[in-house]
Ligand binder design. Structure first.
Ligand code: AVJ
Length: 311
């Protein structure tokens, strides 16, 4: 039976609205990437994961499959598996099958995504205790762990890439206080042309994913973004080691949300996401600064993606 706990207040419309107003009022207008994932956005993200250019999902799955024995030995069997994210993926199933954890504790901001993902897992693993936590793991939250059973955090998918280095350091430090071991998926630095293509796919799915954020703001908050006057713009910033996604205004325009109004110049952008890329040495150093003494690393054959085992 799956139980559900709330780590803190669920994500409310008011919070969404405040974040949008604050983000659009800054000199470099920006929106937090966590709002990409409404129902339409989650469907678009699932399509991104199957795009020929988007190597991340396939590389991580291949390396997890190929090295599952070593990964399971690192994580330990029969403990508590805490996943940051909804865990609907094939990788989670591989891990559960290999670790046979006593409890599986997925944490996700979307109660719907969490329920859907865990219902399927509960059918597939009827004897597994599943403890759902609805919450934003980017903020301190109460994670219901049993005493005496070793816990390991699973944070796949390069989701950590959203954080800048200072935030990633704080996040790893926080994670270390939750569990002594952590498995974290990290996208690696590589040919910028390969990176660029992964976020500028030929079919335009990433563009639709990015633009859906504006559609969601219109739909849920009543803003009046004219979607025909915005374009998806993603680039690799090599100096900062990150992909940046933006929405660029194609003409001078105004946007209204309640009593708020913003002007956009032609070519001005709203920064919607960062996706940091690391070298293996960069990430080892980051983990060490955050207090992890040891780092194991597994990569796919082509060296595109890495899974780190930190302890
Ligand atoms: C879910 C954060 C790993 O940064 O690659 C995919 C999100 N954005 N295409 C990523 C995303 C555009 C993705 N993460």
């Amino acid at each position: 039976m799956a139980r559900e706990r709330r780590g803190h207040r669920p994500l409310e419309l008011a919070g969404f609205r405040d974040d949008v107003v604050a983000g659009l009022s800054a000199p470099q207008k920006a929106l937090p990437p966590k709002y990409f994932y409404d129902a339409a956005g989650s469907r678009l993200f699932a399509r991104i994961c199957r795009l020929p250019e988007y190597y991340l999902t396939r590389a991580e799955l291949a390396l997890t499959r190929g090295r599952i024995g070593a990964i399971a030995r690192f994580a330990g069997r029969g403990g508590q598996l805490v996943e940051f994210g909804s865990g609907e993926s094939l990788k989670t199933r591989l891990l559960i099958r290999a670790l046979r954890p006593a409890a599986y504790v997925p944490i996700d901001i979307s109660a719907d995504a969490l329920r859907e993902a865990t219902l399927r897992l509960a059918r597939e693993f009827p004897r597994l205790a599943i403890v759902r936590v609805v919450g934003d793991f980017s903020r301190p939250l109460d994670i219901p762990l049993a005493r005496g059973k070793p816990a390991v955090i699973y944070f796949p998918g390069s989701t950590l890439g959203h954080l800048d280095p200072a935030q990633a350091h704080a996040f790893l430090t926080m994670s270390r206080s939750v569990a002594p071991r952590m498995l974290v998926g990290v996208d690696l630095k590589k040919d910028p042309v390969v990176l660029h293509a992964a976020y500028n796919d030929a079919a335009g799915v990433t563009a639709a994913f990015n633009l859906n954020l504006l559609a969601r703001i219109n739909r849920q908050l009543g803003a009046d973004f004219d979607l025909r006057r915005w374009r998806h713009y993603a680039l690799y910033n090599a100096a900062l080691g990150r992909i940046e996604m933006h929405l660029a205004s194609l003409s001078p325009q105004r946007v209204q949300l309640g009593s708020h109004r913003w002007r956009f110049a032609r070519g001005e952008t709203i920064h919607t996401e960062n996706s940091y890329k690391y070298s293996i040495d960069d990430f080892r150093a980051l983990a060490q600064r955050a207090g992890f003494a040891r780092a194991k690393v597994w990569t796919d054959r082509r060296g595109l993606f890495a899974l780190f085992g930190l302890s």
